[in-house]
Write a protein that binds this ligand. Sequence first.
Ligand SMILES: Nc1nc2c(ncn2[C@@H]2O[C@H](COP(=O)(O)OP(=O)(O)OP(=O)(O)O)[C@@H](O)[C@H]2O)c(=O)[nH]1
Length: 300
Amino acid sequence: MPADDTVARCGAVALVGRPNVGKSTLLNHLIGQKISITAPRPQTTRDQILGVWTRGQAQILFLDTPGVHRGYRRLNRHLLRATRAALDGADLGILVVEALLWTAADAEALRWLEQRSIPLLAVVNKVDRVRGKARLLPYLAELGRRAPFLEILPLSARRAQDAERLAGRILPHLPPGPPRFAADTLTDRPLRFLAAEFVREQIFRQLGAEVPYDTAVAIERYTVTEDDRHEIEATIYCRRPGQKAILVGEGGQRLKQIGSRARQAIEELTGSRVWLGLWVKEKEDWDDDRSLLHELGYGD
Ligand SMILES: Nc1nc2c(ncn2[C@@H]2O[C@H](COP(=O)(O)OP(=O)(O)OP(=O)(O)O)[C@@H](O)[C@H]2O)c(=O)[nH]1
């Protein structure tokens, strides 16, 4: 059933779930554009992203949360704050879980949502992986006993029509009111933020082991020329000399690959030609350096 877009409704929805359940994939399909990075490894999302879904008079503002990370370093504290801020501003919470799985991290995500008295929906993602859908029934019943969800929706975040169906189920629960953003707005994030995210995504996709978790990307320059060419210079921070060598690769090949894939993603998003220059710098404690974190967009 398509969403009813004749009634003016507008509200914010926080997507909460343990790392790797598919929140970013879902957000990208809801928005119909890649605005959140995805990778087959957990904890790739480091910041809250606002995705704007608009149909007619109806608007949903999606808050993607970086997840509930534990730790004491500044970066972790920032992530916790971002998640809290998303929850504070939300009219509705969505717990995203993975079909047939329930872990301590899922329980923790639910506890976060329950700290706020907002209505809750549950999305059971990755049902495309489940053979024999009857196997899902006891799982859904048990999930229903864990919290008073208004609805529980099994779906696959990889299917655009499933994302649209979810939007239709969310709308009736949002407050009446006019749209807050222009109809063609997809996100409130500036291009330079998305550019850094696309570089980070390639680092996650192309490198194994712990290197991606130890890196951050700072955009040093983002300029658009008169003939609409986007010129971007970025520094990739890592912690140790060995990591720098891995990021650069034999004869600079790895860095070239990261740059070329990220450039393609930015070109797709902007519809413009992009020049992307990448440098790698070693800085052991980048995630505990207040001024650098600020530069990286993780400021207080
Ligand atoms: N089979 C299947 N895989 C999915 C589905 N949705 C997401 N995935 C995969 O699951 C992995 C994690 O997805 P993300 O969207 O990055 O997950 P996330 O919850 O945003 O993760 P963090 O950024 O780490 O918090 C990726 O490899 C996705 O392609 C789905 O519906 N079906």
